[in-house]
Each structure stands twice: as C-alpha cells, then as structure tokens.
Design a protein around this ligand. Structure first.
Ligand SMILES: [Zn+2]
Ligand SMILES: [Zn+2]
Length: 207
C-alpha cells in the first residue's frame, strides 16, 4: 500500500519524521498533523529558535509516546533547543505557545478516536500484545498511518481556541569551568563547594 499525502509540507515532514523517529507507527504522524494544526491556528512558522514553546502533556510508559516526536518535527520545538518540555501527564495533548505574540493553543487527541483504535485497530491490538512497532507487519502499520493521515482533523483532535499566554524563558547563565573535571558548565547548574566551582557530577550533590 502506498502512502498518499496531499499536503506537500506534511509529506516532507512525514519523510523526515519517519527517519528521525525510527519506525512507522500512527502516533508520530498524528503528532505531525497536530503540530501543523497548532501552528496554523497561531499563524506561525516552525520555530527557528525560542519564538515558540511546546508544553507536551505526554510522558513515559504508555502506548503512544511517539506522538511527541511528530509534534516536535512539525513545530520545530525540540529538546535540544530547549523550547520543548514534557509535563508527564501521560496524555496525548500539548500546548503550543507563541512566545512573541503571547498566544497559545491546546490540541488533544480525541478520546473517541483512542477508544475506537484500542478496540478495532490491528496495529493497536499488536501494540497491546506487547509487540514493538518495528516488528509489526508493514501493511498493518501503513494502514494505521494512512488512516491518521487522511482522517478529518475534527475526528482526530480537540482543538482549543487561541488564548492569551505569557511565557518567560529562564535566563541563560554564563559558562563556568569545573575545578575537578575542567569541563564547561553553564550558569545556574554550576555548584560552589569550599569557594570553588564544580559541575554537578563532580560536586557530589544530587542537583
Ligand atoms: Zn512510534
Ligand atoms: Zn566536573
């Protein structure tokens, strides 16, 4: 089965997304669509730097954590740049903030969709049996992906109105150098012991 993606931006993101994510599954493409929808609602491009902030309500230890990789790909909000934070609610939802315009939108996967998928989706059945996504037959994975890529957005997501949101990034600190290992440690994470500066691992402190 060939995947047909009409929106050229979504098609490009899908290709990069699968490469980045590592396997074919429906949750990552759902994240792509949700991230694109959030960006369109806010009228913003992918984040080049910290003009957007992503507060992801996903967490660990649940079936559909893959969602966040798609949201990161579509919004340009990434862990590395520091404009993505996980809230560990183990929910399939996120808030995307336009830091410059002080606006935000929340997108959540609809409970009805999840309920239906848990009961009827062959891909989800296999996942519930504990089969890792990369071991599921490609035809089954592709069918699940096709479905989430072509479903009307209102059947997949609850999308909030755009609302006011004031977000301030924590200040970045200057570089310091650890007395023990000599490595650089930035700002607020440098620790002082007997008047000397250490990184956290060398300091013996927990944080
Ligand atoms: Zn996945
Ligand atoms: Zn050190």
């Amino acid at each position: 089965m060939a995947l047909e993606i009409k929106d050229p931006e979504l098609a490009e993101m899908f290709a990069h997304g699968v490469y980045f994510h590592g396997h074919l599954c429906p949750a990552m493409p759902m994240g792509l669509r949700a991230g694109l929808i959030a960006r369109k609602r806010l009228g913003v491009e992918r984040a080049k730097s910290k003009e957007l902030m992503l507060l992801s309500e996903t967490g660990t230890g649940h079936l559909m954590q893959c969602f966040l990789d798609g949201v990161m790909m579509a919004t340009g909000c990434t862990y590395g740049k520091g404009n993505c934070q996980k809230l560990y609610y183990n929910k399939m939802a996120f808030v995307l903030i336009d830091v410059v315009e002080e606006k935000a939108v929340r997108v959540a996967v609809r409970a009805e969709f999840i309920k239906h998928a848990l009961e009827h989706s062959p891909f989800m059945k296999k996942r519930q049996e504990g089969i890792p996504p990369e071991m599921i037959e490609p035809e089954i994975a592709e069918a699940a992906v096709n479905k989430v890529l072509t479903m009307p957005e209102e059947e997949l997501f609850n999308i909030s109105d755009v609302y006011d949101y004031h977000y301030v990034y924590a200040q970045e600190g200057p570089p310091e150098f650890c007395t023990s290992c000599g490595e650089v440690v930035f700002g607020s994470k440098a620790r002082v012991k007997k008047g000397k500066i250490y990184c956290i691992p060398c300091s013996g402190y927990k944080d």
